[in-house]
Write a protein that binds this ligand. Structure first.
Ligand SMILES: Cc1ncc(COP(=O)(O)O)c(C=O)c1O
Length: 368
């Protein structure tokens, strides 16, 4: 019998989400027009342990607001990892701010600390850290660098709900942090995001920009040209239900990763996601880097898996290499790892049997 298609991601939606969205559809209007948004922001900020939270239409929007609220200006530079989704840096281009690409760490795949220091110039204003695939960088060391060079920190925790560094939640670090609730993410609202900060000035600026720079006292009176980046009540209701299940969601992700870890342990020369001491990884994407001896190419691997009805994804391309950016960046580790790494299916509907099938298929693909 032909194996049923195994998608790379997919949410966990129960009757609770259906019920909460139905509730918001019934009563989330008129004076209740932001009832679920307020609740979601309140509960999410408590979960991450940040003072202020602003629910947004996406993480891309939240990142844009974060950069605006830090007063980054045309000509400023922000050091960013060369491996991440383009959304991490796109808003910088909109603002005329220059992303400067730093290499990644071989094990965590997050920004490389030494390369941050190498790439600091007089124009550097901030460092963007990305908790890639649920992995945490060495936050304390990055905070030290930021302090020494007087730089702001933005944490892109889009992929890292529930992850921890020294018992503190991902999204609680730096001046401002952002999450994504896109349909592929561990906690989803379909589309959506959240900006978090402990700094009231940053929060107020983000709030100002996210709804057309409105005057707080005078209706239909705009003090600047802003954006429309709000989340809807219905999405927030879905987020509330997901947040109530967040422990179950992150535990499931860890279980799926555990199945792969065991299933792939018989194959030599594979590096999976790591969980350094003092961190907790919630493995948004189960990722495998293949030893050079296999001489694999990520695109060919994705095609090979497709023949088994398995959807895999290539590891992110170095941003500097994308046609959209096309820049020289001295980041050898990013280029090396990106060539020979893929994400394996790890959506919530995957079963242990599916994971066994993926592992067996890999043996066939590698001809072992
Ligand atoms: C690291 C990272 N940053 C930002 C984003 C953008 O999130 P959104 O799609 O919610 O705008 C994503 C989404 O995939 C991401 O993975």
């Amino acid at each position: 019998m032909k194996q049923k298609f195994i998608p790379v991601t997919g949410p966990s939606i129960t009757e609770k989400e259906v019920e909460y969205v139905a509730m918001a559809t019934r009563d989330g209007w008129n004076q209740n027009y932001k009832k679920y948004i307020d609740l979601f922001e309140k509960k999410f900020s408590k979960y991450v342990q940040r003072k202020y939270a602003l629910a947004t239409s996406s993480c891309t929007a939240a990142l844009h607001l974060a950069f605006l609220s830090l007063d980054l200006k045309k000509g400023d530079e922000v050091i960013v990892p060369n491996i991440t989704w383009i959304a991490s840096v796109e808003p910088l281009y909109w603002m005329g701010v220059k992303p400067v690409f730093a290499d990644i760490d071989e094990k965590t795949w997050c920004i490389n600390l030494k390369d941050i220091v190498r790439k600091i110039t007089k124009k550097t204003k901030a460092i963007l850290i990305v908790d890639l695939y649920g992995s945490m960088p060495d936050i304390d060391k990055i905070l030290e660098i930021a302090k020494k060079y007087n730089l702001k920190i933005i944490e892109d925790a889009a992929e890292a709900i529930g992850c921890e560094y020294k018992n503190k939640k991902a999204g609680s670090f730096g001046d401002v942090s952002c999450f994504s609730f896109h349909g592929s993410k561990t906690l989803t609202t379909g589309e959506g995001g959240m900006l978090l900060t402990d700094n009231v000035a940053i929060f107020e600026k983000a709030k100002y920009y996210y709804d057309h720079c409105k005057d707080s006292k005078k209706i239909f009176w705009n003090l600047g040209v802003g954006y429309k980046y709000k989340m809807s009540n219905l999405q927030a209701a879905c987020g509330l239900a997901q947040l109530e299940r967040v422990k179950t969601l992150t535990t499931k992700k860890r279980q799926i990763f555990g199945w792969y870890k065991k299933g792939l342990s018989k194959i030599n020369g594979l590096q999976l996601n790591v969980e350094p001491k003092n961190t907790k990884n919630t493995y948004w994407m189960v990722t495998v880097v293949f030893n050079k001896k296999y001489n694999v190419n990520k695109e060919e691997l994705v095609e090979a898996f497709a023949k088994f009805n398995i959807q895999a994804r290539p590891f992110f391309y170095p941003l500097s290499s994308l046609p959209a950016i096309n820049e020289n960046a001295n980041t050898p580790v990013s280029f090396d790892i990106s060539e020979r790494a893929i994400n394996l299916p790890c959506g919530f509907n995957i079963t242990k049997e599916n994971v066994d099938y993926v592992c067996k298929s890999l043996l066939k693909i590698l001809k072992i």
